[in-house]
Design a binder for this molecule. Structure first.
Ligand code: 7TS
Length: 416
């Protein structure tokens, strides 16, 4: 398979890789093979250049100056909000709130919406494959108001056991919060069906899109959800910027999350009135440069095409499932067919600790993650404390899968 790049002629990945300067460095004497995008992606020059250009030419605070620089910064910041809205099929940019990351977006909903809508005895429905970001904020809410958490299980193939909805969804369920694509198993969950079921009992549906928005076309109208959270740094954008999308009428009815500058209308000594959505939820000076550069990242992804990125990752993942499946002693956890999954693979090797695997691979210049990947509940179900994870993006190539496989053969030779 030495000429494997030619077997996925979906876009010119070798030309595209030139946009990512970080990928061309040597690590321990080998070319970097970056297989940890699920933790954070790399950025193309266009995004790096956008940050440089913004700080060199047009930085000023937003939503407050009447002078030219501030107006320009505000325009660019709001244009970026529009790009996020367009990317996810939102009805209006006003439904998009910039946050630091997906974690903050989910905390915003759990705090602001949760405090106003969840009462003692109410239930919140999660799944056993959630990232801690979509568990802990709900636990904190449940502890604050006396609500309960329920969990949908997943089966041996890493798919949600949807029959659990039959008894877990009740009229006491106020929120169903589910990951779109698992950051560990790689499973892509049937969100439209779950959203429909949630709405039948009057619950709202939050989708954790941290691992789906960067990798496939995502449309909130088609998902049928009420909230969607995502992070910029996983989609070629900067760190420190993410977003929450919510249905306008739900956001309008929500009290603020953080208080401070920008989010008010009138401040009195004892009380204040609050600004309209989305500014109500963006207290203080936001991550202006990062928001603008997220817009550039979205332009970049759209330029390649999210449908094509999705298709390319499917090809790469099918190849990886096939090659890794042939390494003796390797168990891949999660769906074994690409139709039900994205390009994130966790695996264990009989008798070998995941951290040892990751260290030996690092020596070969291959970056993978070892640990519980912020999914301790999921790993408890798998019956292992940790796994090794390889995750792919538009800049990965089949040769990197070959190097991973060769690296695992070396691990076996050294440690078995
Ligand atoms: N939800 C999912 C599904 C995630 O994968 C992550 C981050 C988050 C939420 C939180 O994103 P953040 O940007 O707010 O941190 N996942 C990972 C990971 O798998 N390895 O490092 C971070």
């Amino acid at each position: 398979m030495k000429n494997a790049v030619q077997t996925f002629p979906i876009f010119d990945v070798l030309t595209l890789r030139r946009d990512f300067p970080i990928l061309h460095q040597q690590v321990h004497g080998n070319l970097l093979a970056f297989l940890d995008t699920a933790a954070s992606s790399q950025r193309p020059m266009q995004v790096i250049e956008c940050l440089r250009d913004y700080y060199s030419r047009c930085h000023a605070n937003v939503h407050r100056g009447v002078y030219k620089l501030s107006e320009e910064a505000t325009l660019a910041y709001e244009r970026s909000r529009g790009k996020v809205a367009h990317l996810i099929g939102a009805a209006s940019p006003r439904e998009v709130i910039f946050t630091r990351n997906a974690t903050e977006a989910i905390n915003l909903v759990a705090y602001a919406w949760g405090s106003a809508n969840v009462r003692e005895g109410d239930r919140i429905l999660l799944t056993m494959m959630e990232h801690h970001s979509n568990i802990v904020p709900w636990q904190m809410l449940a502890q604050r108001v006396g609500a309960h958490l329920d969990y949908v299980r997943f089966d041996g193939e890493g798919r949600l056991v949807l029959e659990d909805l039959d008894h877990l969804l009740t009229e006491r369920t106020k929120m169903v919060a589910v990951v779109h694509q698992s950051n560990a198993l790689g499973t892509v969950n049937p969100v439209p069906e779950i959203a429909r079921r949630a709405h039948e009992v009057g619950a709202l549906m939050l989708v954790d899109g941290a691992q789906s928005v960067p990798h496939m076309p995502v449309n909130v109208q088609e998902l049928g959800c009420d909230f969607l959270a995502a992070s910029g740094h996983k989609m070629c954008g900067p760190t420190g910027i993410g977003f929450l999308w919510g249905q306008r009428h739900i956001l309008d009815a929500m009290p603020p999350f953080l208080g401070g500058g920008s989010m008010i209308k009138v401040v009195e000594t004892d009380t204040s009135t609050y600004a309209d959505v989305p500014v109500r939820f963006e207290a203080g000076t936001p991550a202006i440069a990062e928001a603008i550069a997220l817009g550039t990242a979205i332009d970049y992804l759209n330029g390649v095409g999210l449908e094509k990125i999705h298709h390319y990752e499917h090809e790469l993942t099918a190849y990886a499932l096939d090659r890794l499946g042939q390494v003796g002693g390797v168990t891949i956890h999660g769906p074994h067919t690409v139709e039900a999954r994205g390009g994130t693979l966790i695996f264990t090797m009989e008798g070998i600790h995941p951290h040892d695997i990751a260290s030996i691979l690092d020596g070969e210049g291959i970056a993978v993650r070892a640990g519980h990947h912020c999914t301790q509940l999921l790993h408890r179900v798998l019956g292992v404390p940790a796994t090794t994870r390889a995750s792919f993006y538009l800049y990965n190539i089949p040769e990197e899968v070959d190097r991973l496989v060769a690296g695992l053969e070396k691990v076996k030779k050294l440690l078995e």
